[in-house]
Each structure stands twice: as C-alpha cells, then as structure tokens.
Ligand binder design. Sequence first.
Ligand code: HEC
Ligand code: HEC
Length: 341
Amino acid sequence: MIKKPAAAFVIGLLLLAWWAMSSPGTNGGIAQAKESRAPATTPSLSNGRAALLPLPPVPAIGREKAALGERLFFEKRLSRDNTISCASCHDPARGGTDRRPVSIGIDGHTGPINAPTVFNAALNFVQFWDGRAASLEEQAAGPVHNPLEMGANWALVISKLTNDESYRLAFAQIYPQGITGETIADAIAAFEHTLLTPSRFDLFLAGNPHALNKQEQDGYRRFLDYGCASCHQGANIGGNMFQRFGVMADYFAGRTPTAADLGRFNVTQREADRHVFKVPSLRNVALTAPYFHDASAQTLEEAIMIMGRVQLGRELTIPDTQAIAAFLKTLNGHWRGHPLP
Ligand code: HEC
Ligand code: HEC
C-alpha cells in the first residue's frame, strides 16, 4: 500500500518524459500535469485504478525496418491480384479498421468476423478474436494466405517483391536472408509495434486531473465500480485475457451460432472455450464501430448496455451509459502527433 503512490508517481514521470519526447505539440498539457503531482483524489477512483495502465513507450525499432514494414502494410502486391493491402481492412484513417460489419477481401469475398484495429494490437497478449496467433509476426501470414482476404501465398508475394529493385535493396539492407515470408512478416510487425496511440486518459493516469472533465471522470468511476475493468484492463484496456461473451446471460440464445461465434472453441475444441473471445482493447473504441466480433452493436452506447447485461448482469441506466461512453472517448488516441480521425 505504501509503495503504491510512489510507484504511480515514478510511472507518471516516465510517461510524461516519453510523452514530452514523442509529442512535441502537447507541452502545454505536460506543464500542467507536472504541477499537480498527486494522482486524482476522487476516492473511488483509487479503487481498482491499478487495473488500467498507461501506454508504454514505442519500443526502439530501426527506422528503416519500420519504414519497410509501413510500405508493406500498404502494399497491394501482398494479395494475389494486387487489389488488397493490410490497410484495405485496417485503415489508419478509420481507426485501424474498415468500419464495416465484416471485411471485403479479394474478389469481393466477405469474411466471417469483424476486423479489429491494428492500433495498439502490439500490446495484445495474443492476436485474433480467438487468440490463434501468438504474435504479430505470426499473425501477418494469416491474411496473406486467407482465400477470403488476400488469396496469395509467400512464394507468389516473394516473386512479385523480388521483381521490384527497391524492395530487393530495402530488404538487403536489413535482412541478410533477403525477401522471405519471415522477413516480410517481421517488417510488418515492426511497423505495427509503432502503432501506439497515447490519449488524454494516459495524461490522467500520469497524474493530471484536468485531462478528463467531470463527466469523463464520472464515467471512469462507473467503469471501475461496475467491474468493466475486471476484463478490460492493463495498458491496452483489454487484450490481456480470454473471457466468455455471455457470462451472466446467453448472448447467442435465439439464433444459430456461426462458426465465428464459437470463438476460442475453434482453436482448442474444449467445451469450456465455447463463445470465449479475447477481451478486446477499448483504446480508440469510439472510432471503430460496429462492435463485437459479429458487429451486432451499431453504437458505442448499445455495446456498453449489452456488456452491462450479458457480462455483469446489470441493467445500466442511460446516465451510466452516457458517462461510460464519454470516458471511453477519452481513449481516442494520437498517432504521429495528430488525433486519430
Ligand atoms: C480482407 C480484410 C483484411 C485484410 C486484407 C487484413 N486483415 Fe487483419 N484482420 C481482418 C479481420 C476480419 C481480422 C479478425 C480475424 C479473426 O480474429 O479471426 C483481422 C485481424 C488482424 C489482427 C489481430 C488484431 C487483434 O486485436 O486480434 C492484426 C494484427 C491484423 N489483422 C493485421 C493485419 C495485417 C498485418 C494484414 C496484412 C498482412 C492484414 N491484417 C490484412 C481483416 C483483414
Ligand atoms: C467478463 C468480462 C467482461 C466484462 C466484465 C466486460 N466486458 Fe466488454 N467485452 C468482453 C468481451 C469478451 C468482449 C468481446 C465480445 C465479442 O465481441 O465477442 C467485449 C467487448 C466490449 C466492447 C466492444 C469492443 C469492440 O471493439 O467490439 C465494448 C465497447 C465493451 N466490451 C465495453 C465494456 C464495458 C463498458 C463494460 C462494463 C459495463 C464491459 N465491457 C465489461 C468482456 C467483458
């Protein structure tokens, strides 16, 4: 107990130092935060505060590698017919998603599940709704080979990229082994590791009580008090555990579940994993409608009400929902110094 404020203070200082380095445009906010060292004093905000953590700094990644990964992320030649890139479904200008219920891949194929954001995905403990990829490096091979997404394979992609001298040179500079499936995935993952989006809530966690207005702080309190943070927690406000969708009520009652609805069961074949999903990150969530793996909620407010009902067994009031939505909007982040659109 005694150590907590000190630790929070140290973390706060580290965060501020990183924020100062990474976003030159926000110095005004930083000066304010430094003056008010004490964390926000509202009593119930200390309850469960440790569950939510500020974003870590962007890891040190070679500039060339991240730039190559970025180019590959936008590269349509990763698909069989040169029409689809990673960014087609994970557009940085659309919150790192496509804002569609399901994605449209090669030849107009539609996929079975809603596309999550790539922003902050590096912080997830596993990738995909059902956690079937252990890392970003492992994940990247998935869409390239998926017949509904990019419909290609490494041999085809490697031959296309090898025909392009600029890629040959760029890979040779970084990877002695040149252009391989592994090095393509490694470069893309390196770029994705840079996709962290600090938000106003990080300033608040760092000790600036003015970073959130009254309604937003009220929403944060309700988020903690209702127990949302028992699942949506850590630096990604999610992304660090699996949970059943429908802890307190059967979300899938009255419909025939699709294969995608089975969630983690598809990976483990264990009955206990039926309808179990990776708890999604709530960072930038206001920018990534529609919601849930099946895109069944159109608005953030609707998603919050459903969470109250099926995960917590609580009927949230309209003021609850509005306040929590206001809080979640403070998780809208900045990337490269600009607010995500
Ligand atoms: C046609 C659309 C489409 C394309 C193209 C696509 N993705 Fe995805 N992506 C999705 C969908 C849909 C999911 C969710 C699939 C699932 O969980 O089963 C996903 C999941 C992910 C995830 C996991 C995020 C999380 O929170 O679990 C990452 C990371 C990702 N994609 C990165 C990429 C990269 C890198 C590429 C390019 C190599 C790419 N995607 C190409 C649609 C797409
Ligand atoms: C028992 C764990 C648990 C609790 C408690 C919980 N959630 Fe969730 N939350 C999940 C899971 C799992 C999903 C993914 C469900 C799916 O799409 O299959 C999710 C999804 C969401 C989404 C949609 C995210 C997206 O990108 O589609 C929002 C918003 C959300 N939760 C907010 C909340 C709020 C607000 C609370 C508190 C009122 C809450 N959650 C409580 C586990 C939980």
